[in-house]
Design a protein around this ligand. Sequence first.
Ligand code: FES
Length: 241
Amino acid sequence: MDQEVDNGRRNFLKGLVLLSTLAVAGMGLNTALRVLSPPPLGISSFPTLKLVDSNGNPIKASSIPLNSPSALQFDYPLQNTPNFLLNIGDSNGNPIKIESVEVLIPATGEKYLSLPGVGPNGSIVAYNAICQHLGCIFPELRFYPAGVESVNIQGQQLTNVIHCLCHGSTYDPVKGASVVTGPTTHPLPQVKLLWDSSTDELYASLMIGPVIYGRQSDLVGEEPISGDTTTVVNVGNPFIS
Ligand code: FES
């Protein structure tokens, strides 16, 4: 009998020691993970970055081709965050002055005012180039310029739209990249461009609208862009030779 009691006590004490060890190990693991994990990538506020070409020379607004069949993109506000740079015209090759309009976020019912176009004709705008549905990027997500390329959407040939071939979402870049067709329930975020009319140079200075797809915040999730410029790249158009 005494032997049984001793065994019981011994097992109880063993259990206590095991629990304490596990608790200490758990705390140690958490602390170790905190120390080992790097702080989240990102920045604390939107930078103002000059748009430059691959040689570091400023992009001149007057030199951005109207209705270009090739896509111009630049990262903002972080690395690996592509945005379209568009100079939008009509099918006759005349620039369209892009006005500020009310943009609806279908998912929430919220509305916000888009930013007007900049440049000598007010026809230059920039939008995030990551589809708000499930994150497809160029070339699946691309701009169809008037007079150059059209896309069949619900039986209509449309131009001057940004359309995603992944699942069919369509955005209107003349109206703040608002939603034309789903399945997306969010417009594309817009980059605020500043145009210095004395130098014809362009700057990216802010983002408005929904948060960039796949990010908790526009300012978190990728490495910062170093310096005070961001490079505009011509990513071409694999569908037009
Ligand atoms: S990812 Fe663009 S429509 Fe689905």
